[in-house]
Design a protein. Structure first.
Length: 313
């Protein structure tokens, strides 16, 4: 049985290896990240191979990766570059693809409102997308416009069910994911979604008048006014996702927590597929004990304190 420490170390070093030839000091990186960000990257990385295997097995015509708060492609932790969510699936699929298994995404949709990040990201994906058959678009635009462009206007019909499959990463800083647009994504057929949910920040805003409208748009109603604990914010959000009326099976959720003092977030993994839900359960076994202390210790002993690591790669 693989131990969480070893798994984190192996995956973190693999991610770092892909970008170690970029200059840590000079490259643009997406701000507001730290050691705690690693867990969201590892969970995404863990899920990608199984997602691709399941979806290819069921013969979907087009497999999409959608990341609409993509950032620049790099985050910086303790002055070291690490690939962010828009690069993780691409790099992970590069590690597992062969001529016969087709374990890559056909379409890759990346977007962000920040022009400087979009420019850096475009150059990075073009550099790193070597040897794959992934068609990548990078747009400078806001989340809502991107959703309206990428997802069909009406829920997919049963006849169209084998056309498109999506893995969607939603990684905002705050409450930019509106309920209207999240529902639209979740009603679009074979869709799995990983949501970064900044639990502490959201609950902290409960008493701020200037945040009321945004919270109501995020929840789709004003029930949040009555929530009595931090965890209720995430639990009720997940319950609402499970109640979204969809043509086929209802959505289910699994959550992963990171508590780093000022920052506490949950990653909410959403799917209606039993196969996906089994994988989320395996992920819980492996990642539930991965806290900030463990991430810090792995980062310091593997990425940070190995002189010559970059040269080695
Ligand atoms: C948490 S960061 C994303 C980090 C990235 N996913 C990663 O792992 O490297 C959030 C990003 O959302 C972008 N952003 C903020 N508001 C947005 C909006 N309404 N639509 C799209 N992007 C937005 C910011 O410019 C920022 O790059």
């Amino acid at each position: 049985m693989i131990l969480p420490f070893d798994k984190v170390k192996e995956d973190l070093l693999s991610l770092r290896e892909h970008v170690a030839h970029f200059d840590d000091g000079l490259e643009i990186s997406t701000d507001k990240h730290d050691v705690w960000s690693i867990k969201k990257l590892l969970i995404l990385r863990y899920y990608v191979p199984d997602f691709l295997k399941i979806i290819r097995k069921y013969d979907y015509e087009t497999i999409h990766y959608v990341d609409l708060f993509a950032g620049s492609g790099f985050i910086k932790i303790k002055e070291k570059l690490i690939p962010g969510t828009p690069l993780v699936p691409l790099l992970t699929s590069k590690e597992i693809v062969t001529d016969n298994n087709k374990l890559f995404f056909d379409q890759y949709h990346l977007a962000d409102v920040n022009g400087k990040y979009v420019e850096a990201l475009t150059s990075r994906v073009n550099t790193l997308n070597v040897g794959l058959h992934t068609h990548i678009t990078v747009e400078q635009q806001d989340f809502q416009t991107s959703v309206d462009e990428i997802f069909p206007k009406s829920p997919s019909s049963w006849n169209e069910r084998k056309k498109n499959a999506y893995l969607v990463m939603l990684d905002p800083y705050g409450f930019d994911v509106t309920w209207e647009h999240l529902s639209k994504i979740l009603k679009s057929g074979a869709v799995d979604v990983i949501i970064y949910f900044p639990t502490r920040m959201i609950s902290w805003n409960q008493l701020k008048d200037q945040s009321a409208e945004k919270l109501t748009k995020m929840y789709g109603n004003n029930d949040w006014v009555t929530f009595s604990s931090e965890d209720e914010f995430v639990e009720r959000y997940c319950e609402n996702i499970q109640k979204i009326s969809v043509a086929w099976k209802p959505m289910k959720t699994k959550t992963f927590e990171v508590n780093a003092g000022k920052t506490k977030y949950h990653l909410i993994c959403v799917s209606r597929s039993n196969g996906a839900l089994n994988i989320f359960s395996d992920m819980k076994t492996l990642f539930d004990s991965v806290n900030v202390k463990l991430l810090e210790s792995v980062f310091d002993t593997s990425v940070l304190s190995k002189p010559g690591l970059d040269g080695f790669f």
